[in-house]
Design a binder for this molecule. Sequence first.
Ligand code: NAP
Length: 274
Amino acid sequence: MRRPPGRLVLVGHPVAHSLSPALQNAALRHAELPIVYEAIDVPPPALEATVRRLIAARASGNVTVPHKEAMARSCGRLDRIAERVQAVNTFRVAEDGVLEGANTDVGGFDALAREVGALRAGARVAVLGAGGSAAAVLAAIERWSGATASLFNRTTTRASALAARFPVVDVVAATADEAVKDAAVVVNATSLGLRADDPLPVAIDSLAPGAAVLDLVYRTGETAWVKAARTRGHAAVDGLYMLLEQGALAFEWWFDISAPRDVMRAALTAAVRA
Ligand code: NAP
């Protein structure tokens, strides 16, 4: 086991809504580690000074919106996946004092895909969105043997820029309908679905028969898109499982012990219901 950090934090803005403290504190209690995971709200102009304080405190932790890319630039060392995504959602301070960054969203997405049997060699995947989580999704998909992707984003220039970084994307589609028409796996990596009155990221009618539906977004009682897709016979799963797995992988990277996934899953389920 690695030496426990001086502090364990989630850095984001806003962070009050986050389920990560419930998830991580359940795991810490179960492992009898005498440390509490705390969410700290850090507005962007305060990030640099906060990072300096966290390094001095030998802190480990997670990073969420909007700091993942800036945190990657602050790290002295990145693991191969964080380097590929150019975003960090998990950090620690190494014995030599260097801030190290990792990206467990990629492994979290693989677990989400595995959950509905969508992690398949040669899969045709449609990705909706072109932000940091879409980059993590593409970094996962490019490791699936023979997989290819179509990409759609509301702001086309962002989609084109992301496609230029990830050759697994062979089509930047003009519409969401076009992106999904031949896809066996459809991923929502936009923030649509967070609010009850959001439109669906793409109409269920536009999906290919049997396409698996993976929503990175989660909310109490599942997202409207996942519910609608399942009603129409598609295998569908929301982002709660990805949240669980990215947290479990982070826990294992900080402490070098197995994460108690059952305990974490129970805590997450209770927190999302509350
Ligand atoms: P981001 O970098 O801010 O990107 C947001 C994306 O959503 C962009 O592609 C944006 O399009 C699109 N978007 C926002 N509002 C839209 C609208 N009204 N119509 C169409 N597209 C819209 O955020 P992110 O970090 O990639 O995260 C995206 C979502 O994934 C968030 O909801 C986040 O909670 C979720 N997520 C979940 C997990 C998990 O563990 N389950 C992990 C990471 C992220 P434009 O470029 O046109 O603005």
